[in-house]
Design a protein around this ligand. Structure first.
Ligand SMILES: C[S@@+](CC[C@H](N)C(=O)[O-])C[C@H]1O[C@@H](n2cnc3c(N)ncnc32)[C@H](O)[C@@H]1O
Length: 288
């Protein structure tokens, strides 16, 4: 089959599911990965005949897209903070709002003297500590997650992006102390987390690509106790952050006030809720 014919078929079969621009982006990304073509080359190379294995990849991708599988899982990669990250069914696809959290941490800490030990709790693909390591080159990065499979991929992402991050596996809901996890380090200048925070009741407004494919354990919390992770992380931070150390959270936009109260009641100062570019309460920063 020729590339031009495949393109026609691709757009036709996705027409009822995705806006044309989105289908174009999917097609461009697959062409880039499978054929090494840049978007402007795709129409020029319309007469190119695809090899059997390339055609099979496109057909499988098309079938998966019809089942609303995210393109990032189909290609096994995503972009975050201008870096490429491998993703799979064990890791959340990094979100643009988390890039805003990373920007804020870089800005606040770029002149922080050494040591600057930063711990990321619930690291997933490792997108937060890896981007911080790239931009805060004087920092030492540590990251933990409950998922062995996520940690495995995060380690590969750190190698791929040529940074050093020390990873550990831990269930923070059961841990009351982080001691012994990283040899000789149990106090940090910065703790950051983007923990699970989507309530069950919010599922009704979410799309299938998230509901069906992204890891449940990365996203959801009960309606009854939605701030469970924030409670536990704030408790851990009270022990493991140095005095004047900073705590950063990505938060549920509907629970900004409650999250702020929780952190204030745990004794933190300078507690601020910060809006993302869409005007939603999305980040929180505080000082121990
Ligand atoms: C919302 S995802 C964030 C992933 C990544 N930091 C990001 O921003 O894309 C939450 C992460 O917390 C991890 N997690 C869930 N429960 C946990 C627990 N009890 N202890 C440690 N990590 C946990 C999940 O495996 C998941 O990787």
């Amino acid at each position: 089959m020729k590339l031009a014919e495949l393109k026609l078929q691709f757009f036709k079969e996705l027409a009822n599911l995705y806006p044309k621009e989105e289908s174009r982006t999917f097609f461009n990304w697959i062409c880039q990965q499978q054929l090494g073509l840049k978007p402007f080359e795709i129409s020029v190379k319309g007469e190119q005949t695809l090899k059997d294995e390339q055609l099979r990849f496109f057909e499988k991708a098309l079938a998966d897209l019809k089942l609303e599988k995210p393109i990032q899982y189909i290609l096994g990669k995503s972009y975050f903070y201008s870096m490429e990250f491998m993703v799979n069914e064990h890791t959340l696809i990094p979100r643009p709002e988390t890039e805003e959290l990373v920007s804020m941490i870089i800005e606040d800490n770029k002149t922080h003297p050494r040591p600057l030990r930063i711990l990321d709790i619930g690291t997933g693909s490792g997108c937060i500590p890896i981007s911080l390591a790239k931009h805060l080159t004087h920092a030492e990065l540590y990251a933990i997650d409950i998922s062995k499979d996520a940690i495995k991929l995060a380690k590969e992402n750190a190698m791929k992006n040529q940074v050093v991050v020390r990873f550990g596996e831990i269930d923070i809901l059961k841990a009351s102390l982080l001691s012994n996890l990283f040899t000789k380090v149990d106090q940090f200048e910065v703790i950051v987390s983007n923990p699970p925070y989507v309530r069950e009741l919010e599922k009704a407004t979410m799309k299938n690509n998230v509901l069906k494919y992204e890891p449940q354990s990365a996203l959801y919390v009960s309606d009854e106790n939605p701030l469970l992770f924030y409670e536990q992380i704030t408790k851990l931070a009270a022990c493991h952050l140095k005095t004047n150390g900073r705590l950063y959270f990505e938060i549920n936009q509907y629970l900004g006030d409650q999250t702020k109260d929780l952190v204030i009641n745990a004794g933190f100062k300078e507690v601020e809720v910060i809006k993302d570019t869409f005007g939603n309460d999305r980040m929180l920063s505080a000082v121990r």
